[in-house]
Design a protein around this ligand. Structure first.
Ligand code: ADP
Ligand code: ZN
Ligand code: ZN
Length: 813
């Protein structure tokens, strides 16, 4: 019988739009599997490619053999290849790069150039007369290969390039490939338990006796905890273990992200609505693909519904994936899932170190976990058989990835559920117009929770017209009488308050008093924001900062007025108004340090913080019963965005932040200050009336053919070279118009806008243009994009000009 060849299909992490076939040499056939990376010859380079398929047949003549297999274990299960292919196709993104983007960074082992010793080198070391430096380098390399950089570090003074070249020429050393993988260590702690009946009859030393007493009381304690009682405990415990009195076991340590040990609590009795939701959705688990939208008012107990459904899914032997918009919310979700499911829960988010992430990822691959909670990128968690994918706060814009590969994790979650024949469960108090529309269309099933758990009332929302205080000076402009009174009462009763303003900094509008020009960023066409804490004007887009004592760049005057208001100014005002109270600020400036958010949340929970001032970070689903007042300083900031979703976002933001109030026994209230008291987004937020908002909004979307009645794709073009970028934008625009003209279906269903300079025309020294396509039908739009991007001769990997494709764009500035 003829020896059968084995071939693999690989995707390389390069901007190419097809996959490649290679042969697998005999000695690698046994090791190769889908999901691993192979080292392949590619043109004149050697690159790594993800193995997508293994077959015995190929239509290609004499495919080149691969050079090596780079991973011991697959990085993803075979079933995910479909998902990656869908993504590459839907987002018009090279497949290999899409996979690379989806995998956690730490997983891609890095290849490093290194030098190694050859057999001749060993010989030379033994038999030749060598210069001292030659000997040093060779003996160093005979121990282990090293990078040239590493050699410099370990060999004093470092070998010269000439020396290395010489050794290479002699054939004594050669370049080798080493793979560096991040070392991983899970956080383990050692726990001590008494071994019953093993204690000696003789008296123990007081220190030992104390440890025994402590263990009698708690049965198991960590060495860390014992150390608190006696500094010598580690040593004593070790000796006691040797004597057989106690046993020591390493256990993985789980803590509440707020720093407290997690206790398991008995699940509460479900409310009638929760029970109905769990039954309806639970019936669909393991019965094929279905999507549910769980629309539940803030505080209606959606998480409890998730927990019960997770239980149902686990009982069927299927995995559960839970997506949460932000790290700060993951901690809450994690706490509640861990208290129910203990160490069956994996957590994936960007706050983990590369090593920790890798650890979680591999354990999911090894089927050690059945539940994973994470932010956006956790949608790629490498489960093999998923039964339920939950997307909490599904309306949240954090699910949209804006980096290289622009995807929406909520949408991928639904696609993944479909591919896996699983249930997708999208939950929100303020569903996206898109998802709600899908329930009207029958694509999704709607399940509602209309009441808060313990029947707490939704907070009363009072609207205050800011126009009335327009003529007030300074802070009085932004603190209406109503807000001040409410704050005063809340503080007097020792309750907590949140003040929300969607703008960082102190004053957002420094203007020169002499020439009237605003102070702008030198890299972006954007006004800088004054930050008092740093005594500087900062750019919120690129981070550029100049000292606030700098003169006006236009006229040199040093007299600069500060207009507008940001969170920093609100914070300092409140501190002055309520001197005895603990006022903290939560925004991107105060939370950049690791652990800062958690610390603040802990302060809120323990009621150490009286007033929390913050940006949209404070609107997210936190659950703190002590908060009885929410003040919205200015509700209008998100309304003025040049974006068809501005109204939707404003409604969501306001309804969400209002939902933070009154979650405990005491009813909550909300003071909403606005310049547009009659705007329907604000009116609907006041009455927490999602349906009224949806009716009005969907009507205008329909009238203007906006999504969900059309699909959009935006091409974002940027360049440091203004004229090159501009030319590229024009070329793409002309090409797009030609393609549309040539096809009547395109002409009928596709509208093109632009190319235009972006509303933010320059960010971080890059000039920006955009081209927007709106398609009334999906498939012609996709065909059109295919032609524009791939069939035409547009060079997307242009060196000086960056062309990014944003399918279903969110941020169109
Ligand atoms: P949502 O996510 O809908 O805003 P949560 O799931 O955070 O609401 O629930 C609000 C609070 O009510 C939480 O503290 C939760 O523990 C509690 N809770 C949820 N369901 C019940 C129930 N059936 N009985 C008692 N308490 C509940
Ligand atoms: Zn000036
Ligand atoms: Zn800037």
């Amino acid at each position: 019988m003829k020896n059968k060849e084995t071939y693999i299909e690989v995707a390389v992490a390069l901007p190419v739009n097809k996959t490649f076939t290679y042969a697998v040499p005999g000695h690698l056939v046994e090791i190769a599997s889908i999901g691993q990376r192979a080292l392949i010859p590619f043109g004149r380079q050697k690159v790594s490619g993800y193995i997508l398929n293994i077959t015995a047949v190929t239509g290609i003549d004499n495919p080149k053999p691969i050079l090596d297999i780079l991973d011991h274990q697959p990085l993803f299960p075979p079933d995910m290849v479909r998902l990656f292919k869908w993504m590459a196709d839907y987002y018009f993104f090279p497949l290999g790069l899409a996979i690379k983007n989806a995998l956690p960074g730490g997983l891609n082992t890095r290849e490093r150039p290194a030098l190694g010793i050859t057999a001749e080198g060993h010989n030379a070391l033994k038999n030749e007369i060598l210069a001292p430096m030659e000997r040093l380098v060779l003996s160093k390399l005979s121990a282990a290969p090293a990078s040239p950089r590493n050699l410099e570090k370990t060999v004093k003074e470092g070998p010269s390039t000439t020396l290395i070249q010489h050794l290479l020429k002699q054939g004594w050393i050669t370049s080798v490939r080493t793979l560096k993988q991040d070392r991983v260590r899970a956080k383990m702690e050692r726990f001590v338990t008494l071994v019953e009946g093993s204690l000696p009859d003789k008296k123990l030393s007081p220190a030992r006796q104390k440890i025994v007493d402590q263990l009698r009381e708690e049965s198991t304690l960590s060495i860390g905890a014992l150390k608190k009682g006696h500094p010598n405990a580690p040593d004593l415990v070790r000796k006691m273990a040797e004597a057989g009195y106690v046993s020591i076991a390493s256990k993985r340590l789980y803590r509440d992200p707020l720093g407290e040990p997690i206790q398991s609590k008995a699940p509460p009795t479900l409310t009638k609505e929760q029970k109905a939701a769990v039954e309806t959705i639970g019936r669909a688990v393991d019965k094929g693909f279905a999507t549910f939208l769980l629309a539940g008012v803030t505080g209606s107990g959606k998480t409890e519904v998730y927990l019960r459904l997770a239980q149902t899914t686990l009982e069927r032997g299927l995995a559960v994936l839970i997506l949460v918009p932000e790290i700060s919310l993951i901690s809450q979700m994690e706490r509640r899932f861990r208290s129910r499911f203990g160490d069956r829960v994996a957590v994936l988010h960007s706050g983990l170190s590369a090593g920790e992430k890798l650890d979680q990822w591999q354990k999911i691959m090894n089927r050690e976990y059945k539940i994973a909670i994470g932010a956006r990128s956790a949608v790629f968690a490498p489960f093999e058989s998923i039964g339920l994918i939950i997307v909490d706060e599904e309306h949240d814009t954090s699910y949209k990835q804006e980096g290289e590969l622009r995807y929406n994790a909520r949408d991928i979650a639904v696609v993944r559920a479909q591919q896996q024949q699983a249930v997708a469960l999208l939950g929100s108090a303020t569903p996206s117009v898109q998802s709600f529309h899908n329930t009207m269309d029958g694509k999704y099933n709607l399940v509602k929770l209309t009441k808060r758990v313990e029947q707490q009332k939704l907070p009363e929302i009072k609207i205050v017209d800011l126009c009335r205080s327009r003529d007030q000076k300074g802070w009085r402009r932004y603190f209406s009488k109503e807000l001040l009174t409410a704050l005063g009462e809340t503080m007097h009763r020792n309750e907590q308050a949140i003040l929300f303003l969607n703008r960082r900094g102190f004053a957002n509008f420094p203007v020169c008093a002499s020439c009237g020009k605003s102070i702008q960023c030198k890299n972006c066409d954007i006004t800088l924001t004054f930050h008092q804490k740093y005594n500087a004007y900062k750019c919120h887009y690129c981070g550029f900062a100049i000292s606030s004592t700098s003169p006006c760049p236009s006229c040199g005057s040093t007299k600069i007025h500060h207009l507008g208001v940001g969170t920093e100014k609100i914070e300092s005002t409140v501190k002055e108004l309520f001197p005895g109270k603990n006022v903290q600020r939560m925004d991107r400036d105060t939370t950049s340090r690791k652990g800062a958010i958690v610390k603040m949340l802990k302060g809120l929970k323990n009621r150490e913080i009286d007033i929390l001032v913050g940006t949209q970070m404070v609107t997210k689903g936190h659950d703190f019963p002590g908060i009885t007042l929410v003040g919205i300083i200015c509700a209008d900031l998100s309304l003025s965005f040049p974006d068809f979703r501005a109204g939707e976002r404003t409604f969501q933001l306001l309804a969400q932040v209002a939902g933070r109030a009154g979650r405990g026994k005491t009813p909550g209230r909300v003071i909403l200050q606005t310049y547009n008291p009659d705007h329907f987004s604000i009116q609907c937020a006041q009455h927490q009336d999602f349906h009224a908002f949806y009716q009005k909004e969907i009507g205008s979307r329909k009238a203007l053919d906006y999504p969900p009645f059309s699909r959009m794709v935006q091409i974002k073009i940027s360049s440091k070279d203004r004229s090159k970028g501009n030319r590229q934008a024009e070329i793409m625009g002309d090409l797009a118009r030609d393609i549309i003209k040539a096809n009547p279906l395109f002409g009928k269903t596709i509208r093109i806008f632009g190319p235009l300079e972006s509303p933010l025309p320059r960010i971080a020294t890059r000039y920006r243009w955009q081209l927007l396509f709106k398609g009334l039908q999906l498939s012609p739009l996709r065909n059109f994009m295919q032609q524009l991007l791939f069939d035409s001769q547009v060079d997307r990997s242009h060196r000086d000009v960056n062309i990014a494709v944003d399918v279903d764009p969110f941020f169109m500035m």
